[in-house]
Design a protein around this ligand. Structure first.
Ligand code: DGP
Length: 122
């Protein structure tokens, strides 16, 4: 599967569509989800063009992987939802059709600020 240059997160990365930015560095951009499921719901995306987590793990450099995963805790701490300075949160990354992925650019959902509830609803 080829990366779609016109997916919505690629447009956000290029500055063509606005977002409510939470954090940015050389490796990631984080912004509020447009359709929050809980009090805190942000997305973390790599700056590189990766479709999903599997694509990322197969192609990304060690620096990109390190930068991406470290940014998650950094952002959680910034939002005071980390278990280090808050009450915890849930990380979700949907992959492909069965995973329910809608936007084909790797993203992790960070969801918290209140009890998130059961992991999977039938
Ligand atoms: P997923 O189903 O895992 O691919 O989640 C996609 C998420 O992206 C979904 O929670 C809504 C969010 N989203 C879709 N379009 C936009 C947008 O234009 N801006 C922002 N901030 N979030 C978006």
């Amino acid at each position: 599967m080829k990366y779609d240059e016109n997916n919505i997160f690629a447009k956000i990365l290029r500055g063509e569509i606005p977002c409510k930015k939470i954090y940015e560095d050389d490796y990631v951009l984080s912004f509020e989800d447009v359709n929050p499921q809980k009090k805190t719901h942000v997305l973390v995306i790599p700056k590189g063009k990766y479709i999903d987590l599997d694509d990322f793990n197969e192609k990304a450099s060690k620096d990109e992987i390190n930068g991406f995963f470290r940014a998650i805790t950094l952002i959680a701490k910034k939002l005071n939802i980390s278990n280090l300075n808050g009450n915890g949160y849930r990380v979700i990354s949907n992959i492909g059709e069965d995973g329910g992925q809608e936007v084909p650019h790797l993203h992790f959902h960070l969801i918290g600020g209140e009890k998130v509830g059961k992991m999977i609803q039938k």
